[in-house]
Design a protein around this ligand. Structure first.
Ligand SMILES: Nc1nc2c(ncn2[C@@H]2O[C@H](COP(=O)(O)OP(=O)(O)OP(=O)(O)O)[C@@H](O)[C@H]2O)c(=O)[nH]1
Length: 438
């Protein structure tokens, strides 16, 4: 990819819409504006112009000279009427200017990254912001796009570099045992609390859950009211409800927005020693599905309670729901140990408490102000490698040379997180997530 060329793309989705935005970035942007609108408008001020000659449309023109633009290059935005014909005609008119080409998905964000306007975590935050579906996702993505993770990781990396400098200095005085010892102690005083911070950050899964949605599997014996509960939560008839046991044979999934937090709820076949082959297959799928879930919602029928899920499910995080409480609730000594939420899919009793519990688990806390949580497997992988190196530094009896090397490894993984080093391999994957025009 050459940054000498000038890229153009519609930036506002497929349309038609009242207004469409066409973005241009690169060294030929000024030339494009001269061809399309004549005199180049004043920087960062909207100017109403005929676009093209003869005019293809009349719209607002914005000119952002480098470096004060999203990409850091010369940029322009044209706001035109959002029909396909107008957008196509204007894009073609831009492409007729020499040195221009159509942008691939994510090309603008990639240039912003390459020109140091955004680090990788901010680019990812921006991708998440464009794809955010719930309020809490929006808040988390906005914070990340504005540097919440970048600042955290850059801070950690700066501390590591300090510890590294101490160790390297110690190596120069290797013959003087007391100096080497002293810098070792000073470096450890930096590394130990840093290691704790990284471990706490890794233990927190709320950001990933908020980004990807909490995956909840509703499981329980046939007829316990699983489908009814899903419908009550979804406030619509997303699953089949019937009085015949074994109705739900496949897995039915609904995406819910619970208090701003995304939850992916899957209704599964009732689990029991099954009869027909189809039902057996449904049960197999229910168990397989539960394997991937973050959480099992085990539904207990108050009129015929099965208190505990089978072994493979019990190994998961389980929330117990005692359903059909409108028929009466079994004596507390039966269920004190599991402390179930007592509810009724029929009357709606207890549903709010269940929604609150799920929203909490889905990362409501993470969406709160100031809470910073990692959001992707990529972050987790780099942080784990960094943590492992720091653990070796702290706990192994290593020579000063090897200790210094562990700090270099730890710092390198933090550098990969923000994209300071070794970025080529991850760039393709990250920027491909964007739509055209971003
Ligand atoms: N009284 C009462 N009846 C309920 C409640 N929840 C579900 N039912 C009834 O229980 C029966 C079974 O409900 P379903 O939601 O189909 O149960 P299920 O667990 O999905 O059943 P399978 O798909 O067969 O595994 C239906 O007749 C529901 O109307 C409840 O809270 N109170």
């Amino acid at each position: 990819m050459s940054v000498d060329d000038t890229i153009v793309a519609p930036a506002s989705g497929a349309g038609p819409s009242a207004v469409a935005v066409i973005r241009i970035s690169g060294p030929r942007t000024r030339a494009v504006l001269e061809v399309l609108v004549g005199r180049v408008p004043r920087p960062r001020q909207a100017s109403l112009r005929d676009i093209g000659s003869p005019a293809l449309d009349r719209g607002l023109v914005l000119w952002f000279p480098a470096p004060k633009s999203f990409t850091g290059e010369d940029m322009a935005e044209l706001q035109v009427h959002g029909s396909r014909a107008v957008v196509q005609a204007v894009v073609e008119a831009v492409l007729a200017v020499e040195g221009t080409r159509l942008a691939e998905p994510g090309a603008f964000a990639r240039r912003a990254f390459e020109n140091g306007k955004l680090d990788l975590t901010e680019v990812e935050g921006l991708a998440d912001l464009i794809n955010a579906e719930t309020e809490a996702q929006r808040r988390q993505a906005l914070a990340q796009s504005e540097g919440s993770l970048r600042r955290l990781y850059e801070g950690w990396r700066a501390e590591l570099l300090q510890a590294q400098a101490l160790m390297e200095a110690g190596l120069d005085f290797a013959d003087e045992a007391d100096v080497a010892l002293d810098v070792g102690v000073k470096a450890s005083a930096i590394v130990a609390p840093l290691l704790q911070s990284i471990e706490a950050h890794l233990a927190d899964r709320s950001g990933e859950r908020l980004r990807d949605g909490l995956r909840v599997v509703i499981a329980g014996p046939p007829n316990a009211g699983k489908s009814s509960l899903l419908n009550a939560l979804a406030k619509r008839d997303a699953a089949i409800v019937s009085e015949e046991a074994g109705t739900t044979r496949d897995v039915i999934e609904v995406h819910l927005d619970l208090g701003g937090c995304p939850v992916i709820l899957a209704d599964t076949a009732g689990i029991r020693a099954g009869r027909g082959e189809v039902e057996q297959e449904g049960i197999r799928r229910a168990l397989a599905r539960a394997e991937d879930a973050d959480l099992v919602l085990w539904v207990i029928d108050a009129t015929d309670p099965v208190w505990a899920p089978p072994a493979p499910l019990a190994a998961k995080d389980v929330v117990f729901a005692l359903n059909k409480s409108d028929w009466g609730v079994p004596p507390a000594h039966n269920h004190a140990a599991i402390n179930p939420l007592i509810l009724s899919a029929k009357t709606g009793a207890g549903l709010e408490a269940l929604i609150d519990r799920l929203a909490d688990l889905a990362g409501a806390e993470s969406a709160g102000s100031g809470h910073i949580s990692l959001t992707r497997t990529r972050h987790r992988t780099e942080l784990v490698s960094s943590r492992d190196a720091l653990q070796r530094f702290v706990s192994h009896d290593l020579s000063p040379e090897l200790k210094a090397e562990e700090l270099r490894i730890a710092a390198r993984h933090l550098g990969r997180l923000t994209g300071l080093i070794d970025v080529e391999e991850v760039l393709g994957a990250i920027f491909a997530e964007f739509c055209i025009g971003k």
